[in-house]
Design a binder for this molecule. Structure first.
Ligand SMILES: [Zn+2]
Length: 74
């Protein structure tokens, strides 16, 4: 099952939750303020996408100009 990220409309709290496919947050409550119907946020995080994960990690060597830095290729 995929992990979805949600953002609470009420308090702006962001959290992640394991959901069945197609679930849109109707049955989920914000863990912070208990408001329901959080907004589902699409993140590169989800599944089967190591490229997206590596891309998001690229932040750590943003300023790197070395030609042999593997992390800078993507
Ligand atoms: Zn909330």
């Amino acid at each position: 099952m995929p992990i979805y990220e949600f953002r609470c409309k009420h308090c702006d709290h962001r959290f992640q939750k394991l959901c069945s496919l197609g679930e849109n947050g109707e049955n989920i409550a914000c863990p912070s303020c208990k408001a329901d119907n959080p907004i589902r946020v699409m993140s590169g995080f989800t599944l089967n996408n190591p490229g997206a994960l590596a891309g998001s990690r690229g932040d750590s060597c943003r300023g790197c100009t070395s030609s042999n830095c593997d992390g800078c290729r993507s």
